[in-house]
Design a protein. Structure first.
Length: 219
């Protein structure tokens, strides 16, 4: 059972790095044009292609995976969204159809800002443009980093690099795999069978200790 804490719209928007440093008066303006705490049960679709929705979503509580479908209908996982993560920034600036699916992997509460309302606010508050550009730069760097993991490292090195990044991000050596192994394998560009085999090899090499979904990274 998930217990919700008292919701603060300002605190919710502040979770997103995009809005963290904005002055309180600007955050309140964003609250006025946003929707808060829409619940999506585990397994439900938050966004999908041709759903007619645009704008940006903020994960207030829960987790969601972002993926698209290959030509043969297989899921290609692009990443995981957690508390404070944002998706769809580009739709705030350009009217276009969603290309990816966003699916709740556990009960998830979402806050959102649609394009039309944001555009009106943006005309009055151009400082938002700079904040969004900085956020885009960070996301591009993450995409480039994952591209390096896919293209220049072998499967075992990709997994270890991912686990080290996860440990650095969470500030601890013991990390939890939020994605299912098949989804994480897809994200890293390897097969589920290779992922499981290389994970066992890393444990045999003394690089990690595996306890179900929890992994202790030896550093």
């Amino acid at each position: 059972m998930v217990f919700m804490t008292k919701h603060s719209p300002v605190a919710c928007l502040s979770k997103a790095a995009l809005f963290t440093d904005l002055p309180i008066d600007l955050k309140k303006k964003l609250v006025a044009v946003s929707t808060h705490q829409q619940k999506f049960p585990k397994g439900s679709i938050i966004r999908q292609p041709d759903d007619g929705k645009d704008g940006m979503i903020v994960i207030d509580q829960g987790k969601a995976k972002v993926y698209n479908l290959s030509k043969d209908g297989k899921e290609v996982v692009l990443g995981i969204l957690q508390n404070g993560d944002i998706e769809g920034q580009q739709h705030l600036f350009k009217q276009s159809e969603n290309e990816n699916f966003v699916e709740a992997v556990e009960d998830t509460w979402v806050c959102s800002i649609n394009r039309a309302d944001f555009q009106k606010l943006l005309q009055k508050t151009p400082v938002l443009s700079l904040k969004l550009l900085n956020n885009f730069g960070k996301k591009l760097a993450a995409i480039e980093h994952n591209s390096v993991l896919r293209n220049t490292l072998d499967a075992k090195e990709r997994i270890l690099a991912y686990l080290n990044d996860l440990a650095n991000e969470q500030g601890k050596n013991e990390v939890k795999l939020e994605l299912k192994k098949k989804d994480l394998a897809s994200y890293l560009g390897i097969t589920p069978e290779t992922f499981s085999r290389k994970l066992k090899e890393l444990e045999k090499d003394g690089k990690i200790e595996v306890h179900g979904r929890w992994i202790n990274v030896k550093r």
